[in-house]
Ligand binder design. Structure first.
Ligand code: G6P
Length: 360
């Protein structure tokens, strides 16, 4: 059952493995009988009526929100801001005339996000909650809800909720694009299905990733994740996973920004994990890898089929360029998992963390 580990040693590993099935469930739930994408008409109308989307979230859900901004701006041509809830509630930016607030929350109970919801409702602005828990506070108090259908997530470190959030945000972006009459050059449901298959291939490569975790992360004090464009957002999530469960000091960085300061931290043997899934920036990220290698870094490049080079440590199956986070995050989740395991950390219940934080 969803709330039992079964043969798995940890919920986190089970939940990582469930991701392809969650993708397929989302595809089914958001499809009509003609296999066409289907979304609540009121949500479509709210997206059409707004002049800007404000995504509000915390932690891993915030990282999914960054990918969501990429989708909504690139696919639907609607401007998006993404804010950490705890900052937004005390330091609200100037808002556009017709904002739509989108709350992303696995649990639907995070107090920091709720505090923003209460404040924007006082001002009369509309809110959509994207959550894994339909009857949760953030779902009940918002005007609209989109469900994640990921099934209960037990491990403190979020995995399948993150990829579910990304898939639902892609569906929201595509629906908004269609409502605006924008034509798409890809079939979104087919591309999501391809991503689900890629995730399944990746979850079958645990031995390879465990070896990489042992080689790069077993004894290190710190680690860096670098990427450009949407790879950068996945780097933020990969580094958060590693911090949360292995206690390795990790930082996700935009490839080009590293040289403006943080590169001072690169020493002989410092692990630098680089994502290279975006053709547009493939050359640029590889020169960032050269910069750190020449300062002694132990670089691990995770690239995508079609963009790979000889020395890459790991090559992802090819997926649509917008959906690469669904694939690239899987090895990063597994790297964190095996790093924690080999460092004797409590994977499912890391110190100082709670699954859902209901205080501000
Ligand atoms: C807690 C959890 C994180 C999670 C964050 C937001 O800090 O430890 O894993 O990302 O809350 O949770 P939410 O339920 O709002 O997505």
């Amino acid at each position: 059952s969803d709330t039992e580990k079964g043969t798995y040693p940890h919920f986190m590993l089970k939940e990582i493995d469930e991701q392809p099935f969650v993708m397929r469930r989302i595809i089914k739930e958001y499809q009509d009988e003609n296999n066409e994408l289907k979304l609540d008409g009121d949500i479509r109308a709210a997206m059409q009526a707004c002049d800007r989307v404000y995504i509000i979230a915390c932690g891993t859900s915030y990282h999914a929100g960054l990918v969501g901004k990429h989708f909504i701006e690139k696919i639907a041509n609607i401007p998006v801001e993404v804010h950490v809830a705890s900052e937004f509630s005390y330091n609200m930016p100037l808002l556009s005339e017709k904002p739509l607030f989108v709350f992303i929350s696995q649990s639907g109970e995070t107090a920091d996000s709720r505090s923003v919801l209460v404040r924007i409702k006082e001002k009369g602005y509309p809110a959509l909650t994207i959550t894994n828990v339909p009857g949760s506070t953030l779902s009940r108090e918002a005007n609209y809800t989109l469900n994640l259908y990921a099934g209960p997530e037990i491990a403190v470190a979020s995995t399948k909720a993150y990829t579910a959030q990304i898939a639902v945000l892609a569906i929201l972006a595509v629906d908004s694009a269609r409502a605006k009459g924008l034509s798409l050059d890809f079939d979104p449901m087919q591309e999501l299905a391809i991503a689900a298959n890629a995730m399944e291939i990746l979850t079958d490569q645990k031995d390879t990733i465990e070896e990489l975790a042992k080689n790069y992360l077993a004894t290190t004090r710190n680690a860096f994740f670098i990427g450009r464009s949407s790879d950068y957002y996945v780097c933020l999530e990969g580094s958060l996973k590693l911090k949360e469960i292995s206690y390795i000091q990790a930082e996700g960085f935009a490839g080009g920004e590293l040289k403006h300061g943080t590169i001072a931290l690169i020493e002989e043997g410092t692990p630098v994990i680089a994502l290279a899934t975006q053709e547009e920036v493939n050359y640029a990220i590889r020169s960032n890898v050269q910069e750190v290698v020449s300062r002694g870094a132990n670089a691990m490049v995770v690239s995508m089929r079609g963009l790979e080079q000889d020395d890459d440590a790991f090559v992802l199956p090819h997926v649509h360029e917008l959906l690469t986070p669904l694939a690239s995050v899987v090895p990063l989740q597994l790297l964190a998992y095996y790093a924690a395991l080999h460092r004797d950390c409590d994977v499912d219940k890391p110190r100082n963390l709670a699954k859902s934080v209901t205080v501000e």
